[in-house]
Design a protein around this ligand. Structure first.
Ligand SMILES: Cc1cc2nc3c(=O)[nH]c(=O)nc-3n(C[C@H](O)[C@H](O)[C@H](O)COP(=O)(O)OP(=O)(O)OC[C@H]3O[C@@H](n4cnc5c(N)ncnc54)[C@H](O)[C@@H]3O)c2cc1C
Length: 168
């Protein structure tokens, strides 16, 4: 049965910019622990929930599908997505189930190239990866489920949200 709970997240009211580490990586130091609701356990929701939980917040992750599974087709994992997964500690396991892409070439029916990208032309360290969307889902969903600060609620469709404690 699908229920529609009301989320009442509250937000940190300290608007100072995050501190930067000596290496330049942004780190977030919450001034207080928050209770945060995240709607949807897809790529974005699961990743956000993990980051928030690891930052110390209590996260309720709501997914309308009762038993989420690895559905979908092939996707390309670009360097920006790779960087996020690396920060989550998930990139190596995902890459092990992916195929490296060195370049992208898209042609029109008349043979003219409309995309001709070679990652190494931009940076020798850059590459893409081709994988089944389910590989990404499985890694993120499992990681979210393993976080003690994430309460996962499947089969719950969120109908509306409200903000609490002066959240904006
Ligand atoms: C055909 C196709 C090909 C693509 N190829 C690529 C590619 O090669 N590379 C790439 O990077 N991206 C690709 N994308 C885009 C990529 O799939 C999306 O950007 C990505 O899935 C978005 O992630 P998301 O978490 O925001 O949304 P989703 O993955 O759609 O997840 C949203 C989740 O929220 C749940 N949900 C929605 N509403 C509610 C609600 N009210 N209450 C509770 N739960 C809710 C849904 O059930 C779902 O599980 C492709 C997309 C399509 C359609």
């Amino acid at each position: 049965m699908v229920s529609s709970p009301t989320i009442t997240p509250n937000f940190c009211d300290d608007r100072r910019p995050p501190a930067c580490s000596p290496q330049g990586a942004r780190t977030i130091t919450p001034v207080k622990r928050l209770r945060i609701g995240v709607v949807g356990a897809g790529t974005a929701g699961a990743a956000a929930a993990i980051f928030l939980a690891r930052a110390g917040h209590a996260v309720a992750l709501y997914e309308r599908v009762a038993a989420p599974g690895p559905v979908g087709a092939g996707i390309t994992l670009q360097p920006t997505g790779q960087a996020v997964l690396a920060r989550l500690g998930l990139l190596d396991a995902i890459v092990a189930r992916a195929t490296q892409i060195d370049g992208l070439l898209c042609r029109r029916p008349d043979g003219r190239a409309v995309v001709d990208l070679h990652y190494a032309d931009l940076d020798p360290a850059l590459r893409g990866y081709g994988l089944h969307r389910g590989v990404l889902f499985e890694a993120l969903f499992a990681a979210a489920g393993a976080e003690s600060r994430i309460a996962l609620h499947c089969g719950v469709a969120i109908a509306s949200t409200t903000l609490a404690d002066g959240g904006a």
